[in-house]
Design a protein around this ligand. Structure first.
Ligand SMILES: *Cc1c(COP(=O)(O)O)cnc(C)c1O
Length: 472
């Protein structure tokens, strides 16, 4: 058989597929049973050599993927507490496989009609949950970074006072106001729009790392005095570093008073809208002009699936008001020709991965995960305050917890915590990250896994203590 015919053989696919599902099911089960460490540190050059050898080894499909899963970081391990990506819901992973094989392009209606219908439904669901009216709408895109850029391009188009997309923005310094805890992608989006360093006006945060509203007016006025035109304000819901929710109602009031675009980066925390217990953290979100929500963070989808939701759906059609005649016959706003509104041309069949979770389990699934994970965050916060050798950066509002271990007197606390994090990574029993707050180093955990127990959290703190003693 030719290589290609072998490659496309349905029977080969069936055989490999069955083996693969078995391998992954065993993997899931072994992770839930702590059968391996969560993380193995490899030296990048050495690891490249290992895989170079494998490329020519003649190893089977299963052997390679077995090794691959083993060497990877294990998000389904209960002691994975690092970055905010989710241990994917197996149902969503299976849907992803279908998307991978069908590979419908989704940018134009003919390419992936069912996904496009699903995308509208999924966006409507999340828009309703956020408290928007019928006039809201939006689309899915590849990640929060791109979602924030797209929303800010829309903000620019709406508030620049001219057709910025068509004529550019030369001759005027534009800017957005953010808190100093905004995700770095906002800064990057502004730079991509060509506004430079001056395009981001950063205002301080309060003791809980929430935007300090009392600084808004002053920052706005001094920016205007410097000749800047402020387009809008970006609120965090929640912030990446500490999981702090900005006071959205107050920001909404400010934006209304000054005719500014209100964008909310709810990449991580938007899912809280599904929780009766925690939805109030998002009070005011339905007054935003645009909101970004990552489904691959709190909503268990494989990366990347991000919702960009606009209070007025029609705004999203003006972002890239550019025509590609060979793709669309008509110039009017056809919601089902998604490429008119998204950055992507060819796009992954994202909606299927969310739709299947909704369809199989309902929105209650998302309420459960938010409630469980936020409870774990708060529990860890409590356990930390009970130990005198630890200091909590801020009482957690969500499932992100920042804290540090206090060394015995005379030692540099930042260096001490940096070393602890290094040693934890080298050891691999736990995985967590670090961040800097007010120029100090903190250990940072995002509790993403429902299988993380109270015992795991206690043992994490024990482990840190033991590691801390060893550091002279
Ligand atoms: C994760 C995150 C982002 C970036 O989203 P990606 O999907 O990783 O591109 C942006 N903002 C916030 C608040 C985040 O937590």
């Amino acid at each position: 058989m030719s290589l290609l015919r072998d490659g496309y053989s349905p029977e080969n696919f069936r055989e490999k597929g069955h083996k693969l599902i078995d391998l992954l099911a065993d993997y899931l089960s072994s992770q839930q049973q702590y059968s391996s460490k969560v993380f193995t540190k490899f030296e990048p050059e050495a690891l490249t050599r290992v895989w170079e050898e494998k490329l020519h080894s003649g190893a089977s499909f299963s052997e390679i993927l077995d090794q691959f899963t083993e060497d990877s970081i294990h998000l389904h391990h209960p002691r994975y507490m690092g970055h905010q990506v989710s241990p994917v819901l197996p149902t969503a992973a299976l849907a992803d496989l279908v998307s991978a094989l069908l590979n419908n392009g989704v940018g134009v209606y003919e390419m992936g009609s069912p996904t496009i219908a699903m995308e509208r439904i999924v966006i409507q669901k999340i828009a309703n949950q956020l408290g928007f009216s019928e006039s809201a709408g939006g689309f899915l895109t590849s990640g929060g970074t791109l979602g924030n850029l797209t929303a800010l391009l829309t903000a620019r188009q709406q508030k620049a006072g001219k057709n910025a997309w068509k004529n550019g923005t030369a001759g005027q310094q534009y800017a957005v106001i953010v808190s100093e805890q905004a995700h770095y992608c906002i800064d990057r989006a502004v730079k991509i729009m060509g506004w430079g360093d001056e395009g981001v006006v950063k205002i301080p945060v309060d003791g809980s790392f929430r935007m300090d509203i009392s600084s808004l007016e002053k920052a706005y006025n001094s920016s205007i005095a410097e000749g800047k035109k402020i387009i809008g304000v970006v609120g965090n819901a929640c912030s990446t570093a500490t999981g702090s929710f900005d006071p959205l109602e107050e920001i909404a009031d400010f934006c209304a008073d000054h005719n500014l675009w209100f964008h909310i980066d709810a990449a991580h925390g938007g899912a809280a809208a599904f929780s009766e217990k925690h939805a109030s953290l998002l009070d005011g979100i339905n007054r935003a002009d645009s909101v970004v929500v990552d489904f691959h963070k709190m909503m268990m989808a494989p990366s990347l699936v991000t919702g960009v939701i606009f209070k007025e759906s029609q705004h999203s059609y003006q972002t890239f008001s550019q025509q590609a005649k060979y793709l669309w016959d008509k110039e009017d706003a056809e919601w089902y020709n998604l490429g008119k509104r998204t950055f992507e041309c060819t796009k992954d069949m994202m909606a299927l991965k969310i739709f299947m979770s909704f369809q199989q389990y309902g929105p209650k699934l998302f309420e459960e995960i938010v409630d469980e994970l936020f409870a774990k965050g708060r529990l860890l916060g409590k356990l930390i305050t009970e130990r005198s050798q630890f200091e909590l950066a801020v009482k957690p509002q969500a499932n992100i917890v920042c804290f540090r271990h206090l060394p015995r007197h005379g030692k540099d606390i930042n260096e001490h915590n940096r070393r602890i994090r290094e040693k934890i990574i080298e050891n691999g029993e736990f995985f967590l990250v670090q961040t800097e707050l007010n120029d100090n180093v903190y250990l940072r955990t995002s509790l993403m896994n429902i299988f993380t127990t109270k015992n795991d959290l206690k043992q994490l703190l024990d482990h840190i203590e033991e590691t801390g003693i060893d550091i002279i």
